[in-house]
Design a protein around this ligand. Structure first.
Ligand SMILES: Cc1cc2nc3c(=O)[nH]c(=O)nc-3n(C[C@H](O)[C@H](O)[C@H](O)COP(=O)(O)O)c2cc1C
Length: 191
């Protein structure tokens, strides 16, 4: 079978679109788009960050939030990924994000987004990576979800929420799709 090799690419799909919320040293909130995010353990995530205002905030204060970006807030999510708080001090207001202090960590929650993880940095992995960034591991202390987006069983309803993913092949945002099967279940048909 013929195929095409592309070499090393950041093409693991789907990539989440997370919005990191931090306070700077004066208590001013900042927001940053982060797609290089993954579940690390049951209650831990990993984030690869370059040198940004957010990175400095994170290294000064380990607490942050990670909102999962949804279709309704896609423009704001992209805006905080192309503008730096270093250059635009009122970036959060310009993005139209509403801020509330998190309950479990010392970090801002942007209530526009339906689901938010409240996290605390626990480890910086490896040496500095090219570009001056680093890889971070953080504990998830709490996950909160706007009650308007819960299903009948009381869990976040992904059909209602319409999370977006970052398509690093085409540089697009895509909506997380419909249910096509049941995990830990449908494979049993082949047992
Ligand atoms: C789709 C998308 C994904 C991004 N993912 C990351 C990421 O995972 N890590 C990172 O360091 N920067 C990432 N960025 C870049 C930052 O969001 C961007 O540089 C931002 O302006 C930094 O803001 P700050 O300086 O206010 O913290 C991403 C940007 C976009 C648009």
């Amino acid at each position: 079978m013929s195929h095409k090799n592309f070499g090393a690419k950041a093409w693991l799909q789907p990539m989440p679109v997370g919005i990191i919320g931090t306070y700077d040293q004066n208590g001013r909130p900042n927001a940053m788009n982060a797609a290089w995010v993954g579940q690390w353990d049951m209650t831990q995530i990993t984030i690869s960050v370059s040198k940004h205002a957010t990175t400095v905030n994170l290294l000064n204060n380990p607490d942050f939030t990670l909102a999962l970006a949804d279709r309704r807030n896609m423009v704001a999510a992209d805006y905080v990924g192309i503008v730096s708080g270093n250059k635009v001090p009122d970036k959060v207001a310009k993005a139209g994000l509403n801020v509330e202090r998190a309950e479990f960590v010392n970090a801002p929650v942007f209530t526009n987004f339906p689901i938010t993880l409240e996290c605390r940095l626990v480890q910086k992995i490896g040496e500095e990576v090219p570009g001056g960034g680093c890889n971070l591991i953080a504990d998830i202390l709490n996950v909160r979800c706007d009650e308007a987006y819960l299903d009948a069983a009381g869990n976040p309803d992904l059909d209602k929420i319409e999370l977006i993913c970052y398509d690093s092949i085409g540089n697009n945002y895509r909506v997380l799709g419909k249910v096509v099967g049941r995990a830990f279940h449908d494979g049993a048909a082949l047992k």
